[in-house]
Each structure stands twice: as C-alpha cells, then as structure tokens.
Design a protein around this ligand. Structure first.
Ligand code: HGY
Ligand code: MN
Ligand code: MN
Length: 414
C-alpha cells in the first residue's frame, strides 16, 4: 500500500497538543465552550491554520474559519470541520479529530494541487456538546444557519450559573453580534468524526461513509412531590418524586430496549432535592435522551415515553414539568456527496462501509443550508463521551486521506 497522504505521527501529535488544553486525567478532556481552555484550543487551531498557509477569520460567535480561496469567488464554498468543545469530561477525539482533519486536508490539497476552483474552508466550530449550557447544542453551527434566538444568550444559564452572554464576553465576544455569523455561501459541508460506536471495529473497517444521522429529542423531566420524614411517613401517604422517577427511568429505558435497535434511550443526569438519606425528596429532575434514525420509530418511541411520564406523574400525584431541550428529526446525507466520499475511499485504497450515525452532529444543522455528508473513523471498543475514547492514528490518516480526496473532487473540478 502506498504511504498515506498524511503522516499518522503528525495526527497523533496534533491530537495530543489539543488535548493539552483542558486535559482531564491521563487521556480525558474537559474543554467547555468559552472557558479559558477552550480559548487556548481555538488559538492553537488558528495558529495551525495560519501555518498551513490558509486565510484565517474568526466570526462573531467564535467559530474559526480557514480558507483556501478558489478561482471562482461566486461559487458556493466546500466546507469541512467539526467542533472544538468536549463533554465534561470527554475524550480527545470527539470533534477535535474533525477540526484537525480539516486543516490537514486543506494543507495537503494546497501543497499537492494549488488553488481550487471553488473556495475550500476548514472550520473549528465553537460548541456541539451542550456540556456547559444544557440547551446550547450546536451553538456554532446554529449561529451559521441563523438559528439562535435573540433572547437565548441571556436566557441560557450554564451549570456553573454563568449566562451564555457572560461566557461569550469572558471569551472576548459580544453576543449581540451573533447574527453576523450567519452564512449563505456554503454549498457542501463534509464532517469527519470518530464513529463513537462499535460497528466499524466489529465489521473490521477503518472508515465509515455516513448515509443518515439519527433523530433525537432531549427532555428535562421535573417531578415535584412533598418532602417529608423517611421514617414517619407511611408509604401510602407519600407523594414521592423519587419513586415516580425510578418508575419512569426504568420504563423509558426498558421501552427502548424492547422496541429494539436502532432506537436508544438514556437517562444521564439526575438532580435530587434535597439529596438526603432520611428525607423523601421534594423534587427529582432528570434528563431523557431518546433517539432513532427511523422517523416512525422515533415518533413511536417519543409518544410512549411521554405517555408513561404523564401517567406516572398523575397516578402518583406529582407535579410534572416536561421541557423539550433539543429536538431534531433524522437527517439524510446528500447521496451525491456520499458517492463522492465512497469513490474517494476506493481511490485511497481505504476499505469503507456505509452506515448510520447514532450520534448527533453539527452536520445536521448545516443540512438546513447545504448538502451534507460525513466520514467516520473507527473507535476502539466503540467507546466515546469518555476519557477512554481512542482512535488509532493510522485509521485517522486513512479517514483524512478520504476527506482530502473527496474535497478535491468537490472543489477542484471545474
Ligand atoms: O450527543 C451526541 O450525540 C453528540 O455527540 N453530542
Ligand atoms: Mn462530536
Ligand atoms: Mn460528542
């Protein structure tokens, strides 16, 4: 096999350098949007972009753009990139690999082929994970498509008590200017990302070509009952939100399990108040994250979850607040761009399988304004959203070469 376009060792050292900003333990990263670590990571990214000979620009929300200007300035751009924030804590590769991949692919294309016909851009998006602000999801890509509501920056409050507007100010940005980040010049968006699941490893492929991205809905369920003494209150005289939460949590997880693949439901965050051994809690709040790439299955799953939540709250005489924090139907990738990626994999001699993404991605937002597609790279043991996340540099190099070859097809042909 011919050598890869990108040296795996370079990828490894870039991943390690970026992971130094917000390092969490040996292999984890906690890099929350607009934090000092995040600012340092974006500065590092901007420096790499400039070193690669690209024209660098920061937009009003904090996304960083690197351009390889095309001959035809009227033509819509071909863009690649991903997000630079992480889960709290997450791993080194989620988002970061796609940002590094974009810069390396454009740098390689510039050296091999010079100026493209259409402008190519690599973007480092500010935020995807909602790990600092519960409903911020896709902050950077939403700004690009013009889907951040005017009042959101002041309304959104992070787990640390800081509003989005304040966090942006801390990072040197003015939330009032977010509308300036909106763009209408993107024709195609290709995101490279780690798979974050077990399928490529199980099927023995280094790379995946994504055909569709799952749909999801995220709820915050708040159940309120009556706080009381754990020893003196008979079981039949309680309004116990913990008992209700337990029933709902068990129920929604079981529903997804019984409905079978590909639907999934997760309860990942629970807040109990008060949180005491000898007190029946007054309030229990928890998240429900439910997903399926099949539109009908997603609707059935959500309807069952909502019916169960209502029924349990009513039967147990609990006050219910059911808030939808994020909601998006499944998104299909653009078939022509998918075919370009599949052909690029073949040309690179990279075995690739077509697949569906169970994770949500910035590409879903970009689908509102552009043709989208995604390239996945194998994850070790399918682990992600964890410091144990790992992708071999050789697999990353294969994925980045596929990306670069696909971008070449999309941006250099007249
Ligand atoms: O939750 C997701 O799928 C994304 O990785 N944040
Ligand atoms: Mn991601
Ligand atoms: Mn993620």
């Amino acid at each position: 096999m011919a050598a890869r376009w990108i040296d795996p060792e370079r990828i490894e050292s870039a991943i390690a350098a970026l992971a130094g900003h917000g390092a969490h333990g040996e292999t984890g990263v906690a890099r929350l949007v607009y934090s000092p670590e995040w600012v340092a990571a974006q500065d590092q990214v901007a420096a790499w972009m400039a070193e690669a000979g690209l024209r660098v620009e920061r937009d009003a929300v904090g996304n960083i753009w690197a351009y390889l200007d095309g001959r035809d300035r009227e033509a819509a751009m071909v863009v690649t990139g991903s997000h630079v924030d992480s889960q709290n804590p997450g791993g080194r590769f989620d988002g970061a690999l796609g940002v590094i991949a974009g810069i390396m692919a454009l740098s390689e294309l510039r050296e091999r082929f010079g100026q493209p016909e259409r402008t190519l851009a690599a973007v480092s998006l500010v935020e995807e994970e909602a790990s600092r602000f519960p409903t911020a999801n896709f902050w950077g890509s939403r700004a690009i498509i013009g889907r951040i509501a005017a009042e959101e920056p002041k309304r959104l409050r992070g787990y640390d008590g800081v509003t989005m507007a304040e966090a942006m100010r801390d990072a040197g940005l003015d939330a009032a200017r977010i509308p300036e980040a909106k763009r209408e010049d993107i024709g195609t968006f290709v995101e490279l990302h780690i798979e974050q699941g077990p399928f490529l490893e199980r099927e023995n492929f280094p790379v995946g070509v994504v055909e569709a991205i799952t749909g999801y809905r995220q709820y915050l369920v708040t159940l309120e009952g009556a706080a009381n003494h754990a020893g003196t209150t008979p079981m039949d005289m309680r309004r116990d939100p913990m008992a209700g939460a337990a029933e709902i949590i068990g129920g929604v997880v079981d529903t997804a399990h019984r409905m079978g693949r590909p639907c999934v439901t997760t309860v990942g965050r629970v807040n109990v108040s008060p949180n005491e051994r000898a007190v029946i809690p007054r309030q229990v709040a928890f998240t429900v994250d439910a997903r399926s790439p099949l539109p009908e299955q997603r609707e059935t799953l959500l309807a069952r979850h909502e019916a169960l939540i209502q029924e349990v709250a009513e039967r147990r005489d609990l006050r219910l607040s059911l808030r939808v924090d994020s909601d998006r139907g499944p998104v299909r990738c653009d078939p022509e761009t998918v075919a370009v990626i599949a052909a690029a994999a073949e040309a690179a001699g990279v075995p690739a399988m077509t697949m569906t993404s169970g994770a949500v991605h910035d590409a879903m937002q970009m689908a509102e304004i552009a043709r989208i597609a995604m390239i996945f790279v194998r994850s070790r043991s399918g682990i992600s959203h964890s410091p144990d996340e790992f992708t071999a540099a050789e697999d990353a190099a294969a994925g980045i070469e596929v990306l670069a070859r696909a971008l070449h097809t999309l941006a250099y042909r007249p």
